[in-house]
Write a protein that binds this ligand. Structure first.
Ligand SMILES: *Cc1c(COP(=O)(O)O)cnc(C)c1O
Length: 435
């Protein structure tokens, strides 16, 4: 990429977005495509001018913005007047009364990114930001290492933006995730290996090919997109913070950025401060963060993933320690649940609220249930649970657990007979009768 293009992207910074800064030692860097501190190898994060934001942003200026994540543009690390807006964000915040009653809660909300645009997962948020920044920095080819949803988002939004795209996935992903990437016609590399191996390979490619990897050299920008999950919940609750949030953890990035989003709105005076408890969800078959949390460790021991929650299957999570720190200091918890509990929770959410989530959402709902049963969520707390992906993409996981249609002849008596039996048998038993 031409140096002049990078310089222009940096010099045109007129918003609150200022620089990159090391999360560990505080060293500052120009906002280029870089993600690791040269001094201490800590992760880089975007730094903003909060005084500028306090002076220039109000609830009204936000509400006058587009119905997408870009209503929060001053809080995002881009300089473009016209960021890539494919309608990402402003997904529904639903009051989940029927699920709440089943679990014994009173004020439960679901932030439903299963219907995010354009690819039905929260990853559309991070990719919209990353590719806008990639374009500003002059990249013409974008890439990522993905557990599935990121590949879908990167391929789709790159197609919209006219960027070349090459994405990397583990070769054992669900058919819906593979097909949902190929349709956008990127180059798709299915790697024999798990996500952590794919990610390592991508770090090498990033060094040699000069591509913009949304979750590697563009990671500081990419990860900021998740803050919008915090901003939207505040706005949708009528400019209030909830008491407790429950969110899934893969690398831990999403979790830490919801926290950052809440803190920023407090800092610039958009919402009144109050304590919010942060609880995290993992699948038992890949729970390095939950394990460290339960053992009171402040370091992660990497694991080899083995779970149906493939979108959460990161064995060596980059932001794991930061997620643990947030759960600890907010008096939250990080729990893990079994694959069987994940499937049950997917069904529970669908049957009570009409939301078909993927295995990651099942992980989150199962964890919510577990926390309530253990008395770790107070029924009076306003609790927001984040549903991050869509069930149509992970159909394999529930095949065989949801019964079958009742197949009948096109005759009234055939229908009546089937209806009679369906009333006396539950659908799974009915299936057995047919077999
Ligand atoms: C990637 C992903 C997550 C978690 O993302 P991290 O920021 O890496 O923790 C959660 N849910 C779904 C559906 C995902 O695809």
């Amino acid at each position: 990429m031409a140096q002049a293009t990078q310089d222009k992207a940096i010099n045109s910074v007129t918003t609150a977005f200022q620089a990159l800064q090391c999360k560990e030692c505080g060293a500052e860097y120009e906002p280029k495509a870089t993600h690791v501190c040269e001094l201490c190898f800590g992760p880089l994060e975007v730094k903003y001018d909060y005084d500028f934001l306090r002076r220039t942003v109000t609830r009204e200026t936000i509400q006058a913005g587009p119905h997408s994540i870009w209503r929060y543009r001053p809080f995002l690390p881009v300089t473009s007047e016209n960021p890539i807006d494919v309608g990402t964000g402003m997904t529904p915040l639903l009051q989940a009364n029927r699920l709440a009653r089943r679990l014994g809660l009173k004020k439960l909300y679901i932030k439903n990114d299963a219907v995010n645009m354009p690819t039905l997962s929260f990853k559309d948020r991070v990719v919209s930001v990353a590719l806008t920044r990639a374009r500003e920095l002059g990249f013409t080819t974008v890439s990522c290492a993905s557990t599935g949803n990121l590949a879908n988002s990167t391929a789709a939004i790159a197609a919209h933006a006219g960027l070349d795209c090459c994405v990397f996935i583990p070769s054992d992903l669900e058919a819906g995730k593979v097909l949902g990437t190929l349709i956008y016609n990127p180059t798709l590399m299915a790697v024999h290996g798990n996500y952590d191996q794919v990610n390592r390979l991508c770090s090498e490619v990033a060094n040699t090919h000069g591509w913009g990897f949304v979750n590697i050299n563009l990671r500081p920008y990419y990860s900021e997109g998740s803050k919008t999950l915090g901003y939207e919940v505040i706005e949708q609750l009528g400019w209030q913070l909830p008491d407790h949030i429950v969110a899934p953890l893969a690398s831990g990035s999403l979790f830490t950025k919801i926290y950052k989003g809440f803190q920023e709105f407090v800092k610039v005076g958009l919402v009144d401060e109050k304590p919010v408890r942060f609880s995290g969800a993992q699948a038992e078959g890949c729970s390095p963060i939950a394990q460290a949390f339960s053992e009171g460790r402040d370091f992660i021991s990497p694991v080899k993933p083995n779970t149906i929650a493939k979108s959460l299957a990161i064995g060596n999570p980059a932001d794991g320690v930061y997620a643990i720190d947030i759960a600890q200091k907010t008096n939250g918890n990080i729990e893990s649940v079994t694959d069987a509990e994940i499937i049950d929770a997917m069904k529970l959410l669908a049957e009570t609220e009409g939301i078909f989530t993927e295995t990651a959402g099942g992980t989150t709902i199962a964890t919510l249930k577990k926390l309530v049963e253990a008395g770790k969520i107070n029924p009076d707390e306003t609790t927001v649970v984040y549903i991050t992906g869509n069930g149509l993409k992970t159909q394999e996981a529930i095949q065989g657990y949801i019964g079958e249609p009742l197949t009948i002849e096109p005759k009234l008596e055939s229908f009546e007979r089937a209806l009679e039996r369906s009333r006396t048998l539950d659908r799974l038993e009915w299936q057995q009768v047919l077999v």
